[in-house]
Design a protein around this ligand. Sequence first.
Ligand SMILES: NC(=O)c1ccc[n+]([C@@H]2O[C@H](COP(=O)([O-])OP(=O)(O)OC[C@H]3O[C@@H](n4cnc5c(N)ncnc54)[C@H](OP(=O)(O)O)[C@@H]3O)[C@@H](O)[C@H]2O)c1
Length: 380
Amino acid sequence: MKGLIPYRPYSHLTTHHSHPQVPQLLQNIYFAAGPVSQLLFTCNFDFYSSIMRIAINGTGRIGRLLFRRLITREDIEIVAVNDIMNADQLAYLLKYDSIYGPFRHKLDQDGKTLHVDNKSVSILQQKDPSQLPWKAMGVDLVLECSGRFTSKALAHIHIEAGAKRVILSTTGTPEIPLYIYGYNHPEISDAETILSPGGCMTNCSTPVLDVLQQIGWESAQLHILHSYTSRQELIDTASKDFRRGRAAAESIIPVEIDLFASLDRLFPNHAGDITTISTRVPVANGALADFTVLLKEKVSAREINELFKSAAVNKYKNIIDYTEDPIVSLDVKEDTHSCIVDGSLTSVAGRQLKLFAFFDNEYGYTSRIIDWMEVYRGML
Ligand SMILES: NC(=O)c1ccc[n+]([C@@H]2O[C@H](COP(=O)([O-])OP(=O)(O)OC[C@H]3O[C@@H](n4cnc5c(N)ncnc54)[C@H](OP(=O)(O)O)[C@@H]3O)[C@@H](O)[C@H]2O)c1
């Protein structure tokens, strides 16, 4: 009977109830119950059998935001988090966040375990992913958020350690196929155990360039005004990339990015037609993508805006949003869209289009990772 042998028997009980006899006890109750009770019991098993067991590797900005967003869900169990930082530091940073405010749940730690409300999560401090106990912990999916293991070989170490699948939190190296949620995500196959879902800038720019394909475009120059990140310095510091070493909150700082390489892969017919640069601006969160696109034909700004209004409720529902309100970057904080097109700023000069889209580089992006988790849930 369905549910009698659940997909992963009693796995949800392992962290919430430590009594080893519980599974046997539940089986005894099941067999002692009448048919109606058995049916209810079975439904309950079906619910729990779909619980996805995840681990987060790297609890920086993205890893911690994912933790905060996922820990309260009943259909997901975060079995472990791994970072170099100690438990004290981790609990503190999960509790207090300068961007998203204090965490609204009870959170504590005892050195080895994080306690959030009635849930428990193992804290690991392991630099070498081959030593991570994913097999013993029955990990379905690793959210690889350290930014350190982005090649196929390195990400695969999580699989060798026993995880079934890995989602990177950036664009992986070219031997891992690149999928952007909403654009080409249905093409992913069951066999692809390591997912490269692009970065926040790729997730903003891909749907925009795709919508513009309805008119046709020849070339695109993208400039992403982006909040500062952990890859910059607070005060002037020696850095391989001179500008990244300059005080992040004091200057407007142009940095090189490889977004163009990701877009070349996603739009192979346009390989070489796209340039990208980012300017880091003195805000801690939020971004504004500035697109200059040479269209194949002359189209009015109004017609362009109509395309995006339509995309926002059709193909790119929940991914593109459209507004003509006079917003600023802070207004998109905690927005779940990959890009919020600001139609009030759209302009056209001849065949050259100027278009702007805001995004919350952390919240919007983690929303797509959560979308991808649902895709993988269907494959587990
Ligand atoms: N922040 C964004 O807006 C954003 C948006 C989309 C995608 N991403 C991508 O997401 C990734 C992470 O970005 P982030 O901003 O969250 O960076 P971050 O804040 O620097 O977080 C990375 C975390 O991983 C830890 N770490 C380093 N080596 C590790 C290891 N061997 N095992 C486990 N953890 C390790 C880091 O510790 P240390 O600090 O001690 O090194 C840090 O706590 C990057 O690839 C980035 O490009 C970021």
